[in-house]
Ligand binder design. Structure first.
Ligand code: BG6
Ligand code: MG
Length: 217
């Protein structure tokens, strides 16, 4: 099936915000004296704020009430929102602009499919708010990746059937979501370890070399 639309995850694919999520969660974990490391952080990729907190709390010494969980999420998000204020177009990951521009030249439709409720603020900060044909984000879903919802909304907004879409992801949860949506799942970074990935890329620029996605197709 020929691909007509490419849906990009945001955090860790377009921009380095995965590091900022890590910093903000680490600060919260430190405050609560909860063990947290990069390996645990990798399990938070693609999943919602609450599910991320639940994963971190697996290491906690006590049970947290719902009200306390809300406080911890607010603490993390306040810190995270402060950190993303410093983002600029320079934080766009290498080769991303070239890939987006080339796909546009080749007449692919491009979208963001992110679990983050902060996606639009981030896109604004890095100057890409008006670059995509569609944006689907954490404000539009109740079930985050690995549920397929955010990608299905992105495809709907692109007016494409899921089978015409490919997803680029750095999260194992996102690869699973793409497959459950009936889309081609392309992994970069940490997502390469997912055995559900259809294709694994060393760098995002390799996307332009794929038979499925080059203009000779
Ligand atoms: C995803 C990140 O894009 O968004 C996750 O990969 C994060 O790590 C999720 O938990 C939700 O983000 P936010 O900004 O709504 O807390
Ligand atoms: Mg990601």
């Amino acid at each position: 099936m020929a691909i007509k639309g490419v849906i990009f995850d945001l955090d860790g694919v377009i921009v380095t915000t995965d590091q900022l999520h890590y910093q903000a969660w680490a600060k919260m974990a430190d405050k609560e004296k909860i063990y947290f490391n990069k390996e645990i952080n990798n399990r938070l990729r693609g999943v919602s704020r609450l599910e991320s907190l639940e994963i971190i709390l697996e290491q906690a010494q006590r049970i947290y009430s719902e009200a306390e969980k809300q406080e911890l999420m607010d603490y993390k998000n306040n810190r995270y929102v402060q950190l993303i204020q410093n983002l600029t177009p320079e934080d766009i990951l290498p080769d991303v602009l070239e890939v987006l521009n080339t796909l546009k030249t080749w007449n692919y439709r491009i979208a963001i499919g992110s679990s983050s409720k902060n996606a639009k603020i981030i896109l604004q900060q890095i100057g890409l708010l008006n670059t995509f044909d569609a944006i689907a984000d954490g404000t539009e879903i109740t079930r985050s990746k690995p549920h397929p919802d955010v990608f299905l909304i992105a495809a709907q907004k692109l007016e494409l059937k899921p089978t015409f879409c490919a997803v680029i992801e750095d999260a194992a949860a996102g690869i699973e979501a793409a497959k459950r949506a009936g889309m081609k799942a392309i992994a970069i970074g940490d997502a390469a370890k997912s055995n559900l990935a259809d294709i694994r890329l060393n760098t995002i620029k390799d996307l332009l070399k794929l038979d499925e996605l080059n203009n000779c197709d």
